[in-house]
Design a protein around this ligand. Structure first.
Ligand SMILES: [Mn+2]
Length: 360
């Protein structure tokens, strides 16, 4: 089977034809990603942004908030990347006059958060979604949706290969795409059980990615404060508990405003923190509660393969996401959010244990 055939199995040729129609004869393209952008959101934005710039388009990447430094270093971050929260005045005219809008790494406009969502919603420009979250909302004009893909960066690479071929993936396109693939799989430790994910990674490496360099720039560029914050959270602000019946445990990490101030917390400092308690063998579900200055609490949940948590987050935490990595929001003070989360998780673990006993 030829390469071309393989790729078209993944990326629908009719969607590709429609995309090329939309790209025909236009000048200005905006690329946006989800709020509190992660490596996949920024990597896919910059990868596509760098490619479209090379092709002669006028491109701007707009994230709802500022990207943390450990992911905002690839080429294009300085010239192409803006954030709506701090630079809304500068980017609104571009967004209002662009001919096409790419929506990367999110499946519903609500993921842009309110000010940017309301602005983007009001624009008449066609929206092209490229994303790996399940169940996209019907708010887009063209969909490239693939939940089995490890990351938006993996799916986007498929799309670039199918439409422009490997030669179009220059080093400055490949590096941010690799960064997103690497971060969304926890450096190839989860969401990457398909052979194709490694083939895509191999193609990106072939296009000039220095793997240890990307790894070091993302993970070994932390501040001393962020390491101390992580240590303090595990030591003082994490509760481990079991459901009534079983040995299976959950963990809740509380990141309050005073602790954020004490350690000069920057967005991104808590990256990976929700995952950390899962390194204990008995811990199956881990939740990070981050107190925000507006009085709400951000919920970041992770689980092992044995538990599916996106439905739980949708039902109890005004959120959703992937089966093992989901997020949500609680509108209550942190101490109430903690009590509430603890109740919900205890019940969740108990029910899960009961179900297992029924099966046995
Ligand atoms: Mn992603």
């Amino acid at each position: 089977m030829s390469m071309q055939n393989r790729v078209s199995e993944v990326v629908n040729p009719f969607s590709l034809a429609r995309l090329n129609q939309l790209l025909q004869g236009i000048k200005r393209i905006a690329i946006c990603c989800h709020a509190r952008p992660d490596g996949d959101a920024i990597g896919s934005s910059l990868g596509l942004g760098n490619l479209l710039t090379t092709l002669g388009y006028e491109v701007l990447c707009v994230a709802p908030n500022r990207a943390p430094a450990h992911i905002a270093w690839p080429e294009g971050a300085k010239d192409l990347l803006y954030n709506f929260e701090e630079e809304g005045v500068d980017v609104k005219p571009f967004l209002a006059s662009c001919d096409l809008l790419f929506c990367l790494d999110f499946n519903a406009l609500s993921r842009l958060d309110e000010p940017m969502m309301l602005f983007v919603e009001s624009l008449a420009v066609p929206r092209v979604m490229i994303d790996h979250h399940p169940h996209p909302a019907s708010q887009f004009d063209l969909y490239f949706s693939m939940p089995e893909s490890s990351s938006t960066c993996e799916l986007l690479t498929e799309l670039l290969l199918a439409n422009w071929g490997q030669v179009a993936i220059s080093q400055k396109v490949a590096i941010p795409l690799y960064m997103g693939l690497m971060t969304d799989t926890g450096s190839f430790s989860y969401s990457c059980s398909r052979k194709r994910t490694f083939e895509i990674a191999g193609i990106l490496v072939e296009q000039g990615v220095d793997v240890p360099e990307v790894q070091a720039k993302v993970y070994n560029s932390r501040t001393l404060d962020s390491l101390m914050l992580q240590s303090a959270l595990i030591l003082q602000y994490t509760t481990f508990f079991a459901g009534k019946a079983g040995k299976e445990k959950a963990a809740i990490v509380q990141l309050s405003q005073p602790v954020q101030e004490q350690y000069q917390y920057q967005p991104g400092d808590a990256e990976g923190l929700a995952n950390l308690p899962l390194c204990v063998g008995s811990v199956q579900v881990s939740v990070l509660l981050t107190e925000r200055s507006n009085g709400t609490v951000r919920v970041s949940a992770r689980s092992t393969k044995r538990y599916t948590i996106n439905k739980l987050l949708a039902q109890f935490f005004n959120g959703g996401g992937h089966p093992q990595a989901s997020g949500g929001t609680l509108r209550m003070p942190l101490h109430e959010a903690y009590e509430y989360t603890r109740r919900v998780l205890s019940q969740f673990l108990e029910k899960a244990t009961q179900r297992e006993e029924e099966v046995l």
